[in-house]
Design a protein around this ligand. Structure first.
Ligand code: NAD
Length: 466
């Protein structure tokens, strides 16, 4: 078979991790903490290398790299180190009356060999964050970074090779064919972050080996803006959440549902916040050092298509719209007069286009969301507790934030993930540890005590009452 990658090397890494994973079953808290500290130390002593690699991939501003790629990972490591002993300790459960005399507990066993497949949009954070959970849980891992961010992929490979023996953690770089080859190996768990379309391919491949999966996917995350709101506050938070990383954020507000009587005021506020944040000296946002670029020309074309298709079908650009193809530059853009036939209202946008649609009643907004796939995140901007409670209890989403957006990713006491089309399973902190652990149920019976004896044949009872 003609292939551009070394399948023999992958086989050998997988086999060595398989053996290692058995010896890791009884690894101690101290041993796992040591592995996490090594990762922490490398990151802290190579900050400039990490920044340079990510910047080279899509001109992501250094402060955004520090906050959304490096800090997120180091805080995940810190949190795991602090809590690992408690996460690993067996949890006793109480004994129901028919089981009196026995004892039972849950033991957290490492799942074993794991595969982590990462996307390009937060190329460091989304490859290394799950690795922290895998190491905390006592698993081995093969990490496949995205091929669309080659500088970060090479850096991750160098980092892992400098820290770990390949039987514990290895990086396999490459494109789709490499991912598919990796997926043919019988991993115990696959942690995938990427699009719902590829998530389905991952789940089918995992089914061949009945590997468990965590699927961190995407979709259209709505932001609802109620008329009882502080418009300036909502606009600032929406502009930051939408345009950070040039809109290439899985939990960015994909579109806005605003109560119709405040639509114009909201658009004005969003416009002025865009200028305040990205163009304070009125030189043009393309001059701003604080605004990232689209990852490649394929994605720029995809976004340009969304804009052109909507324009052709009657939508209008209310703010922005400038594109510089040679620089993969796409200005922060707001669109109005949208209809459901437009691709921008059907596909996940994953870029700096913000469609604004209106509703007249909360019920209408709720129905609109419930007719679509369950989103990864849902944002509510409202001063009314009643409005936010109504929306929270009548919609389904992976996560939800009231009066802010995106920041729930940083709260590592909360599970992070989607529901159905936006994902299966959860990440971060304790929830990430659990994703990589088998919650083994252990029941200890006393010798000579057989409460179940009455169930043995020959049967001489008829159940009268259940
Ligand atoms: P993608 O699904 O195209 O690719 C992700 C990874 O899968 C890459 O490493 C790629 O090499 C691999 N891959 C691609 N096609 C494959 C195939 N046919 N078989 C096996 N592997 C394959 O996603 P992307 O474009 O890198 O990222 C964007 C998507 O990721 C968006 O939908 C976004 O919402 C989602 N995302 C989700 C989260 C989250 O935490 N839920 C975070 C970031 C991004």
């Amino acid at each position: 078979m003609n292939q551009n990658f070394n399948s023999i090397a992958i086989d050998s890494t997988f086999n060595s991790q398989k053996s290692k994973s058995i010896s890791l079953r009884n690894s101690t808290t101290a041993e796992r903490v040591r592995q996490l500290e090594k990762l922490q130390d490398w990151i802290k002593s190579h900050l400039e290398d990490i920044r340079k690699a990510i910047y080279a991939d899509f001109k992501k501003p250094y402060p955004e790299i520090d906050a959304s790629e490096i800090f997120v990972v180091t805080s995940e490591i810190k949190h795991a180190i602090k809590n690992l002993a408690s996460w690993m300790s067996p949890k006793k459960v109480s004994t129901p009356t028919p089981m009196l005399g026995s004892k039972a507990h849950i033991q957290y066993e490492p799942k074993g060999t794991t595969l982590i497949i990462a996307p390009w949009n937060y190329p460091f954070n989304l490859a290394i964050g799950p690795l922290v959970s895998a190491l905390a849980a006592g698993c081995t891992a093969i990490v496949k970074p995205s091929e669309l961010t080659p500088h970060t992929s090479a850096l991750i490979r160098r980092m892992i090779e400098e820290i770990y023996e390949p039987e514990l953690v290895a990086v396999v770089e490459g494109e789709v064919e490499v991912a598919q080859y990796l997926l043919s190996k019988p991993f115990d768990h696959i942690f995938f972050t990427g699009s719902p379309a590829v998530g389905k391919i991952i789940m089918k491949a995992a089914a061949e080996n009945l590997a468990s999966v965590t699927l961190e996917l995407g979709g259209k995350s709505p932001a609802i803006v109620d008329s009882d709101v502080d418009i300036q506050d909502a606009a600032s938070k929406i502009v930051w959440g939408k345009y950070v990383n040039c809109g290439q954020t899985c939990i960015a507000p994909d579109y806005i549902l605003v109560q119709e009587n405040i639509k114009n005021e909201l658009i004005e506020a969003i416009h002025s916040k865009i200028n305040e944040m990205y163009d304070p000296k009125i030189k043009g946002i393309d001059e701003s050092k604080d605004y990232a670029r689209i990852v490649n020309d394929k994605h720029l074309k995809r976004l340009k298509h969304l804009l052109d298709d909507a324009n052709r079908k009657g939508a209008k650009i209310a703010v922005g719209g400038k594109i510089i193809e040679t620089e993969n530059y796409f200005e922060p853009t707001v669109m109005i007069d949208l209809t459901e036939e437009m691709d921008v209202m059907q596909e996940e946008i994953f870029g700096p286009i913000l469609p604004i649609i209106t509703y007249s009643s909360i019920e209408e907004a709720i129905n609109y969301i419930n007719e679509k796939s369950k989103p990864l995140a849902l944002y509510i901007f409202s001063n009314s507790k009643n409005v936010s409670e109504t929306i929270l209890t009548q919609t389904s989403s992976g996560g939800a934030v009231v009066n802010d957006c995106v920041v729930h990713f940083l709260q590592n006491e909360l599970p992070f993930g989607g529901v159905n089309n936006s994902g299966i399973g959860k990440a971060h902190g304790h929830f990430g540890f659990l994703s990589f652990s088998n919650e083994k149920a252990i029941l200890e019976q006393r010798v000579g005590l057989t409460p179940s004896k009455s169930l043995y044949p020959p049967y001489n009872f008829i159940t009268k009452k259940i």
